[in-house]
Design a protein around this ligand. Structure first.
Ligand code: FE2
Length: 273
């Protein structure tokens, strides 16, 4: 039996016939050009420490920055802290464990990410990460309160922003561009634990060039289920990863709350398997 939870009885849902994707070619042109003009971050790199990898694939995360930072000597930690954007906010003598990285007390600065890569061989799968609608806490990613497309995103990616606003969301709580460099792979992980019983997070992934080889991972069968197309929704509590390819590719993920009529249309067309 498959360990993939899926969406509405299917491993994932293609959204291609539910969305008007006519603008995607122009969006693609704009994103490729725009990415040359904005500062980008890395993301990923500590999935094993976060405990979100399937056990059978944990060895693939060869160097995980959570483990690297835990193993640092005092001298190394001081050097590492000094590369933070705000070193004064990091008290190395505070009780408890120091937590760095995504969703932790101290996000990594660009310099810290680069240093982890150069000095400690940390692998960051997504080396082009750009937030169009920033979101602080993962559990709030569907909520629009206090959030907006950044001024920079509106200036550099106006067609993209306009297109994302046409998507069938009541509210958008998070939107970002996730790019993988040539030959890099996206480590297999899940974004939440389906055993907690929460309904699947509402989000749309757009891959304007349709060339990102996302797959769901069935841990029981040790099998990949390829996710094809330019627009889809999957259960992010299912393990997922990206196969390596010898070229750059990216997708856009938009989180929020779907409109009821969109959900109803999906339910109607998904039907029985
Ligand atoms: Fe993910």
């Amino acid at each position: 039996m498959s360990t993939i939870t899926g969406i509405l009885g299917r491993p994932y849902l293609s959204l291609e016939r539910h969305l008007d994707l006519g603008a995607l070619d122009a969006v693609h042109e704009e994103i490729c050009l725009g990415l040359t003009r904005v500062p980008v971050d890395y993301t990923g790199g500590s999935h094993r420490t976060m405990g979100i990898m399937p056990p059978s694939r944990e060895p693939e995360a060869v160097v995980d920055y959570g483990e690297v930072i835990r193993a640092m000597s005092r001298d190394e930690l001081v050097r590492f802290r000094d590369l933070a954007d705000d070193p004064g906010s990091i008290d190395l003598d505070a009780p408890g464990e120091l937590e760095f990285g995504e969703e932790r007390a101290h996000p990594l600065s660009r310099r810290q990410m680069l240093y982890l890569k150069y000095r400690y061989r940390v692998y960051f799968p997504w080396k082009v990460y750009y937030e169009l609608v920033p979101n602080l806490r993962w559990e709030d990613k569907h909520l629009a309160t206090g959030k907006a497309f950044t001024r920079e995103a509106r200036a550099i990616f106006p067609r993209t922003v306009a297109f994302l606003k046409t998507l069938p969301f009541e509210a958008i709580g998070r939107a970002n561009i996730l790019g993988l460099e040539a030959h890099d792979h996206g480590t297999v992980h899940r974004d939440c634990d389906p055993a907690e019983g929460e309904p699947p997070a509402h989000f749309i992934t757009l891959c304007p060039r349709g060339d990102k080889r996302l797959f769901l991972w069935d841990e029981e069968a040790r099998e990949k289920v390829p996710v094809a197309g330019k627009a889809y929704w999957f259960h992010d509590g299912d393990y997922h990863g990206v196969d390596a390819d010898p070229f750059f590719r990216y997708s856009i993920r938009v989180d929020g709350v779907f409109k009821q009529d969109f959900l109803a249309a999906l339910r109607e067309t998904a039907g029985p398997r």
